[in-house]
Design a protein around this ligand. Sequence first.
Ligand SMILES: [Zn+2]
Length: 253
Amino acid sequence: MPLKKTDAIVLRSIKQGETSKILTLYSRSFGKIKVIAKGARGARSRYGGTLETPNCIAIVFYEKETRDLQYLSQADLIEPFHAIKKDLVRTGLALAVCELINGVTPDHEADPLLFKLHFFALKGIEESSIPFDVFRGFQVRLFENLGFRPDFSGCLQCGNQGVVSARFSIEQGGYLCENCYHPSSQGMALSNGAITGLRRLQMTSFQNLDGLRLEDTVQAEIDGFLDVFLKYHVDGLRDLKSLKFLRNINWPQ
Ligand SMILES: [Zn+2]
């Protein structure tokens, strides 16, 4: 069995038998994989806290192509995201990012750009003063990565950017402004604030998001849009458990 090496983020970890864990990982070189970590539980485990969600780790595993579950041989910590683990809201958001990655990626399909997006979204949630907006920015970028980037650059028909209100057409992936949509036309209503906010989330890097000040009503509109848009494009995607948890304790921020 060949030994393989890669960096990976721990998406999920479940107990197996008395002492082992089965991990779902999103890896840089092999995409989503499942590995079994023998002897990973218990006080004397050689892995310590290395295999916790959402750690970024360097792994070595034995690959057998005919098998779904690979055998973990070694794991070293690259980034433990300490600040995320100390904060309930950051933890919930980081888990939501991991749940989304798990929900939208097929097994064994490498996408180094998506790995990078995943890592920097976690880094942003760890460091930003507005981690909710990092999560929103992550979703907007995820659409781009998955190939269905919504267009907020201007009205689809007249190019108008300074809209008062707009109707977003999911099928067309863009919006019509108040001058162009017919009152009876279908589409999701979006305010000027939501359109501007989504445009800025699309164009601003995670490190620079701190200047973004979205009003509560705009946050709710954007969250509604992101949810509907994602579910339209990703078949069978369920509500994120981590978000339900966050809504119960602290949402919107
Ligand atoms: Zn227009």
